[in-house]
Design a protein around this ligand. Structure first.
Ligand code: AP5
Length: 215
């Protein structure tokens, strides 16, 4: 089963993907993570993408679609896939249809995580990420157990994403509203849309997602 997990910034796409990977052995493809890795490694893709991520704007479609094409090619249909953060606008969704056909794959569900804006701002501004292993924390809802080291790898380098600063959060929410929210209608027309309440304990949200994948 291949699914798309979408929703506004901070809706919990990455958090729920971690559960799906651990418990359902799905493969996580996050365009945000791919761009951040490219930036960290200073590749030509990273150099091109950095300004867009720092400003909370979308990387141009041609770059993003080419990157996803490459990842799907390398996946070789070996496992069920979670697409997180792609597509992010209607042209990307149309491109995805062609990519899936090219790689002999299909999209089974487009799972939308619904969270109100005030909760999104709280989640994003309190998010912290371990630079060592990528584990995601939150100052209130998921703090570091000993307040200093990553619970998983022990690194002390737990940082705030550049795009989680107040001004950039505002831009990202606007970009979401303008470009990404029309995907609800796109996937509803294709009878692939499942809407999930993304509020409450992460485990409770996961149970809703899992139920939606069964139906
Ligand atoms: P990306 O990394 O995809 O960012 P995003 O979509 O804005 O999503 P986030 O990673 O911010 O949030 P999330 O929904 O994964 O939430 P999380 O689980 O971490 O993209 C970054 C940038 O890359 C874009 O701005 C753009 O520049 C570029 N980009 C990416 N894809 C692109 C594309 N297709 N085209 C063009 N450009 C692209 O949770 C957030 C916080 O909330 C965490 O602290 C977590 O612990 C907490 N939390 C999660 N669930 C709960 C819960 N149930 N209750 C309480 N707290 C919770």
């Amino acid at each position: 089963m291949n699914i798309l997990l979408f929703g506004p910034p901070g809706a919990g796409k990455g958090t729920q993907s971690t559960f799906l990977v651990e418990r359902l052995k799905m493969k996580h493809i996050s365009t945000g993570d791919l761009f951040r890795a490219a930036i960290k490694n200073k590749t030509s893709l990273g150099i091109e993408a950095k300004g867009y991520l720092d400003q909370g704007r979308l990387v141009p479609d041609s770059v993003t679609i080419g990157m996803v094409d490459e990842v799907l090619k390398n996946n070789g249909r070996s496992s069920s896939v979670i697409l997180d953060g792609f597509p992010r606008n209607v042209p990307q969704a149309e491109a995805l249809e062609k990519l899936l056909e090219k790689h002999d794959m299909q999209l089974d569900r487009a799972v939308f995580l619904e969270v109100p804006t005030n909760a999104l701002v709280e989640r994003l501004s309190g998010r912290r990420t371990c630079r060592g292993c990528g584990t995601v924390y939150h100052l209130q809802s998921k703090p570091l157990k000993n307040g200093k080291n990553c619970d998983v790898c022990g690194s002390t380098d737990v940082y705030q994403r550049e795009d989680d600063k107040a001004e950039t959060i505002k831009t990202r929410l606007q970009v979401y509203s303008d470009s990404t929210s029309p995907l609800k209608e796109f996937y509803s027309k294709k009878k692939k849309l499942v809407e999930i309440d993304g509020q409450g304990e992460v485990e409770a949200v996961f149970l809703r997602v899992r139920e939606a994948l069964k139906s």
